[in-house]
Design a protein. Structure first.
Length: 111
């Protein structure tokens, strides 16, 4: 009972919103590859290498969470940047959730 009372706010959120999971298994499964790959970052060679690895891992996981193929998305983003199709002040348009929305808008017109 004490546990339920101490976590009452979370319990109320769970009861009010049917999309919430009662446990954290979904999140833990999503984090497992990152935790396993974290040991690889120990061999990054420098603090900056570790930071760069963390940025790339975050981008890949963000793409996965948005149901975007990470390799295809990252390839497209890098090609757009290198080719100069996207300016520095418009980089937010290349984020996975924006790319997914843009492709959804493009798909009906290309059919």
């Amino acid at each position: 009972m004490r546990y339920a009372l101490n976590h009452w706010n979370g319990l109320i959120l769970y009861l009010d919103d049917g999309r919430l999971e009662l446990d954290t298994n979904t999140v833990e499964r999503a984090m497992r590859p990152v935790a396993l790959g974290r040991k690889n970052a120990l061999f990054a060679g420098a603090d900056t290498g570790g930071r760069h690895w963390a940025i790339v891992a975050t981008l890949i996981q963000t793409a996965k969470l948005n149901d975007v193929d990470p390799l295809a998305w990252l390839t497209d983003v890098l090609e757009r940047i290198v080719a100069g199709h996207t300016k520095r002040n418009n980089l937010a348009s290349l984020l996975p959730w924006n790319c997914k929305a843009a492709k959804a808008v493009e798909a009906p017109s290309s059919a």
